[in-house]
Design a protein around this ligand. Structure first.
Ligand code: COI
Length: 356
């Protein structure tokens, strides 16, 4: 599709963050965004890159009432030699369309999803931060915009992409966080939308997250919605546990997100000589293994979270320290290797990096 580039006047240009160490996550947005519309009978039309700004939407739009919304998260990096890259965007494009299918939304072809992102990121290249731990976070989103209150798939959609220069997702940076196992609320059930990247999965997690925060924890670790027995994911990341040289994570059973960073971490771990196990993790066994020291490290993986060490797991009101509570050697090695490939310091032997 031909994507038009609309003019950006000087008064619409925003100030960049002078101190990249203060970026945080997702508060600052670049000057432009991509917008493409889909209409029944016409398909994808009107692709354009325009100045970043609010939409004017009818209050009856389906996204506001029945949550027809999906999104993705990926990152662009600026290497020391000025090369601009994306990390595994094909996987995001595929997952976006799996989410679209689950939410009865139209498929976005790769030339619009990846081609549009490449064009937008190229135009906004001056916004890509380059200091250690920073990147340009890319948020592709699709919403139903038909103004109609009947419950049905909309006949009109916006696919849009916004960009945000970011630092670490957690204010702790690359330092251990505290996670509470959630044994009251559930995030997803078999047959539900747990594996789709849709806003509802995050909205339904807010109450548990707030309650955990009040108790001093950063996030909750969800258990399966049927038995409340098997470990699933933390809303913003998948979870991995090191048992010495074996890395264990929950399998993709349809109720958790198929994380791009999860997949990359498992492949990296295998290439570094670790044994990788995707298997059901019984929470009682896990906590006993943390207590006895069999679990030597715990960490989360996600695009925003990258690889985040977990120092404490809490379950049924009790804190369990993982290892010595610090950043484990495997967690650090995987973080350094992954970010090394993403930022061009290490060779990409997997074909993950896409130069723009
Ligand atoms: C991502 O890692 O890209 C996500 O979408 C998680 C979100 C909670 C920030």
């Amino acid at each position: 599709m031909n994507i038009a580039i609309l003019p950006l006047s000087d008064d619409k240009k925003k100030a960049k963050c002078a101190d990249e160490s203060k970026l945080g996550f997702g508060r600052l947005f670049t000057d432009r965004m991509l917008l493409v519309e889909w209409k029944t009978g016409e398909g994808w039309v009107d692709g354009r890159i325009e100045p970043y700004g609010p939409f004017s939407l009818d209050p009856a739009c389906s996204v506001f009432h029945y949550s027809q919304e999906i999104f993705e998260g990926l990152k662009a990096y600026k290497w020391a030699d000025g090369t601009i890259t994306l990390f595994r965007p094909e996987m995001n494009a595929r997952r976006f369309n799996q989410s679209a299918d689950r939410l009865c939304m139209p498929e976005v072809p790769e030339d619009i999803f990846i081609g549009g992102i490449e064009k937008l990121v190229s135009l906004e290249r001056d916004w890509i931060p380059s200091s250690e731990g920073t990147s340009l976070y890319i948020r592709p989103t699709m919403i139903g915009v038909e103004p109609a209150l009947g419950v049905k798939p909309a006949d009109h959609y916006y696919f849009y992409v916004i960009l945000s220069p970011v630092g670490a997702y957690y204010s702790a940076g690359f330092n251990p966080i505290k996670i509470m196992v959630e044994d009251n609320y559930v995030r997803s059930v078999p047959g539900g939308t747990g594996e789709a990247k849709t806003g509802g999965n995050y909205a339904c997690s807010l109450k548990a997250g707030l309650e955990a925060k009040k108790k001093g924890y950063d996030q909750v670790l969800w258990l399966d919605g049927v038995h409340k027995r098997y470990v699933e994911e933390v809303g913003a990341m998948n979870m991995l546990f090191a048992y010495g040289k074996t890395i264990v994570t929950s399998p993709l059973t349809g109720t958790i997100l198929n994380g791009v960073t999860r997949d990359s971490t498992l492949k990296l771990a295998a290439s570094l000589g670790y044994t990788v196990e995707e298997r059901l993790i019984d929470v009682n066994e896990l906590m006993a293994d943390v207590r006895s020291g069999k679990v030597t490290e715990a960490f989360g993986s996600g695009t925003a979270a990258v690889i985040s060490p977990v120092g404490v797991l809490a379950y049924k009101g009790e804190d369990y320290m993982v290892g010595d509570g610090g950043v484990g050697a495997i967690t650090r090695q995987l973080y350094d290797t992954l970010t090394g490939i993403q930022t061009g310091r290490l060779e990409d032997r997997f074909g993950w990096v896409r130069k723009i």
